[in-house]
Design a protein around this ligand. Structure first.
Ligand SMILES: [Zn+2]
Ligand SMILES: [Zn+2]
Length: 431
């Protein structure tokens, strides 16, 4: 109980002078008590960052992280007076170190970046704070989000083979999901996947026309009753044609059918307006997405040999999936998978609570940490378009060849195989 001082930190108190906020010295008074708390009476939104001119200037920041108040020192929450019991556990406010109940530490805020290395957590990850501390650090939140949050970190898609072919079905950061999605896109057109040029038209039409894209890496373990688990992200196509900021999603459920073994699939699903709207709705806790397996490609890691597992018969009504599968499963069957927004992962990435609607409707700007995904998407659709054109040109050529062959020889052999002006034969192998 020694260093609960609210030391001045003039650099980070742009609107306050030290006279306005006399330093408090180390006493138990530093713990916010019910009486000194400015009560929040209206909104519970975490993103109130712009203070009106009439509000007092930002308070001084604590120079160092606090020592934690010992659990034994309190038997009831100082804010709401509820007693701590077996199921009413103690929670420490990360800004003052005081003990509160669960309900009274529901705000998550970024901590001063100067505390990095001095506290037992990363300051770029929002931490639980009590109501009094929330109002103290609130004026700094936008500044710290801009300078220190995960969404503003540098991020790039690693081409390392070990990670490239082993996307994890469980990720706990949205930055990681962004890299995973980028790798999935890269692999879809890469040299280790069987890609038939004639599929380019189908993929192009479905993905290009999508109102949103869902990237999901899913593990299925049929040995233990058909468990299906996976995480990923959703981005929406905005009216101006750009992509929205990413929204973290996950799925957990049971899968049925005659399946055996373990499979991991990287999937890209085209979402329609209905699915995007449902996800953006604050009242939706989960949506059911029909994952159509018809576009599943062959397993990664094998050399391109012209084999495709499953026919390219795209017939899904609401959404179609374009996936890569590893493991012992052939195709994937994910119909009716339940998709949930992962608010905790979004919070950690954006540095504040964000509503899925704000993310998917373009009210949250594209974060720097997702730029690598937007670039990858641009390259992906460009390449898909190029392959679609080549495929169309090839088909026209083959059609013409067959017609001319038929007219000159009266039918029979095709002339297209040994005389192909459009480069490599199916499957296209490009890097
Ligand atoms: Zn409480
Ligand atoms: Zn506190």
């Amino acid at each position: 109980m020694s260093n609960f001082d609210a030391g001045g930190f003039d650099d980070f108190a742009p609107a306050a002078s030290t006279e306005d906020f006399p330093r408090r010295r180390s006493t138990t008074e530093s713990f916010p008590r019910r009486s000194d708390q400015p009560r929040r009476t209206t909104s519970s939104r975490d993103d109130i960052v712009e203070r009106r001119a009439s509000e007092p200037p930002a308070p001084q920041l604590k120079e160092r992280p606090p020592a934690w108040q010992p659990d034994a020192a309190v038997d009831q929450c100082p804010t709401c007076r509820s007693r701590f019991e077996t199921f009413a556990r103690r929670h420490h406010c990360r800004y003052c170190g005081g003990v509160f109940c669960y309900n009274c530490t529901q705000r998550s805020m970024l901590m001063p970046p100067q505390w990095e290395g001095l506290c037992g957590y990363a300051t770029r990850d929002p931490q639980k704070v009590c109501a009094a501390c929330a109002s103290q650090v609130q004026p700094y939140q936008q500044q710290w989000i801009d300078s220190n949050s995960n969404q503003n970190k540098a991020n790039h898609i690693d081409n390392d083979a070990s990670t490239r072919y082993l996307n994890s079905p469980l990720r706990f950061t949205l930055g990681g999901e962004v890299r995973k999605a980028g790798i999935t896109l890269r692999n879809l057109l890469g040299d280790n996947v069987n890609f038939w040029e004639k599929d380019a038209q189908v993929f192009h039409d479905q993905l290009q026309g999508a109102r949103g894209l869902l990237f999901l890496t899913i593990a299925k373990m049929a040995m233990i009753g058909g468990l299906r688990v996976g995480t990923g992200l959703v981005i929406a196509k905005l009216p101006d044609g750009s992509w929205s900021a990413p929204c973290a999603v996950g799925t957990l459920g049971l899968s049925f059918g005659a399946m055996f073994g373990i499979g991991i699939s990287d999937t890209v699903t085209a979402l329609d307006d209905t699915a995007v709207t449902e996800l953006a709705d604050a009242h939706t806790t989960k949506i059911s997405v029909g994952f159509d397996a018809s576009l599943a490609l062959g397993p990664l890691g094998r050399s391109a040999s012209g084999e495709v597992l499953g026919a390219s018969d795209a017939s899904a009504t609401t959404s179609t999936t374009y996936s890569q599968t590893r493991g012992f499963y052939g195709g994937i069957s994910l119909n009716g998978a339940n998709l949930r927004v992962r608010d905790d992962v979004n919070l950690k990435f954006y540095g504040k609570k964000v509503a899925p609607a704000d993310v998917l409707r373009g009210r949250v700007k594209q974060p720097p940490a997702a730029q690598c995904l937007y670039e990858e998407l641009g390259g992906f659709f460009g390449e898909l378009e190029a392959r679609r054109r080549r495929s169309a040109a090839r088909q026209a050529y083959e059609y013409q060849s067959q017609r001319s062959t038929a007219s000159s020889t009266g039918g029979g052999a095709s002339a297209s195989n040994n005389d192909d002006p459009f480069g490599s034969a199916d499957p296209v192998v490009e890097v």
